[in-house]
Design a protein around this ligand. Structure first.
Ligand code: GYE
Length: 320
């Protein structure tokens, strides 16, 4: 699987290197077409904000579209950027597969493509210059390690329900994989139910209600692939007369302000950080590509983990 090869500082930017240094340097702004996933979560809102404000700061002209979590809309947006002959296309692929055709079109039009936030799964890694974003498998492992430590000494069983992200998306696939890799070391950990909540609060709540109806008192732990689904689930748990964070241990990913508020209220036990503030790095890479400089094939975002005990202290430092 190509996209899992984490080679930092490898390969020059093949497409960018072919292009003359134009635009910005001569006073004409670089035009960047960005195809966003949607506005499904607090994370996504912060990501959009970061991209828009850093484009402005960098003097880059941004064309922005919101695909409402539909791949077909993202493909349409990319095609329209190709037709408009933008200088660079960037996008956060809603799912991993099905991009080759449109990316070949971009390549033929000599428009370099940058992936941000989510990866694609393709045999052809010349279809994009670089991928800027988090290591989602490692995020899943961090969630798993935290749970293993928390449940030390408990003979089990530890019954886990999982709220998955968007089906087929890189963060849903990898956060599941990383978490399972860690908890499988001890058979007392059992994922008793696992279903998608599409990264939204509303679906997170709805699916958690169904989990509670089916398994009520058996559930010890909820692992949600993002904070928004955990926040939706917290409501469902309270409505079922249980105490989130106590009767059911809750682990989620992102580290958005809403999660910190839930942690400070004692309702969420831990959030694994995933930074949405990718805008500045993206703009720097876009400029490098246009200047014909080589860029690393993979740019990994540095991240931490926040258990509820540190939430109040960390909250004032949070930027999203
Ligand atoms: O975790 C979730 C969002 O792709 C990392 O998408 C991103 C994920 C993030 O909707 O909240």
């Amino acid at each position: 699987m190509k996209r899992r090869t984490v080679l930092v500082a490898m390969a020059a930017a093949p497409l960018g290197a072919m292009l003359p240094v134009t635009g910005f340097a001569q006073g004409k702004p670089i035009v960047l077409g960005f195809a966003q996933v949607g506005a499904e979560s607090e994370w996504r809102t912060a990501n959009t904000q970061s991209i828009k404000s850093s484009a402005k700061d960098a003097g880059i002209e941004l064309k922005f579209s919101d695909a409402q979590q539909k791949q077909e809309n993202q493909i349409k947006a990319i095609r329209s950027y190709i037709a408009q002959k933008v200088d660079v296309i960037a996008f956060s692929p809603v799912v991993e597969t099905g991009w080759d055709t449109v990316l070949v079109e971009a390549k033929n039009a000599k428009i370099p493509v940058v992936l941000t936030d989510r990866a694609i799964s393709s045999k052809d890694d010349t279809l994009y210059v670089t991928f800027i974003g988090s290591d989602f498998t490692e995020e899943g492992r961090k969630a798993g390690r935290w749970l293993v430590e928390k449940e030390k000494g408990n003979p089990g069983p530890v019954n886990i329900v999982e709220l998955q992200g968007t089906v087929g998306s890189a963060p849903a696939i990898d956060r599941k994989k990383g978490f399972e890799e860690i908890i499988k070391s001890d058979p007392k950990f059992k994922i008793i139910r696992s279903q998608t909540g599409d990264f939204t609060r509303a679906k997170g709540k709805e699916v958690m209600e169904a989990f509670l109806k089916a398994d009520g008192d058996k559930i010890n732990v909820l692992y949600a692939h993002n904070d928004d689904m955990a926040i939706g689930a917290i409501q469902a748990i309270e409505e079922a007369g249980k105490k989130p964070g106590k009767d059911i241990i809750i682990i989620s990913v992102d580290g958005v302000k809403g999660a910190f508020e839930a942690m400070m209220a004692g309702k969420l036990n831990v959030s694994v950080e995933c930074s949405p503030l990718l805008g500045p790095q993206l703009m720097a890479v876009v400029k490098d590509i246009k200047a014909g400089k080589s860029v690393p094939k993979r740019i990994v975002t540095q991240e931490s983990i926040f258990p509820m005990e540190v939430a109040a202290k960390e909250f004032p430092n949070r930027k999203y």
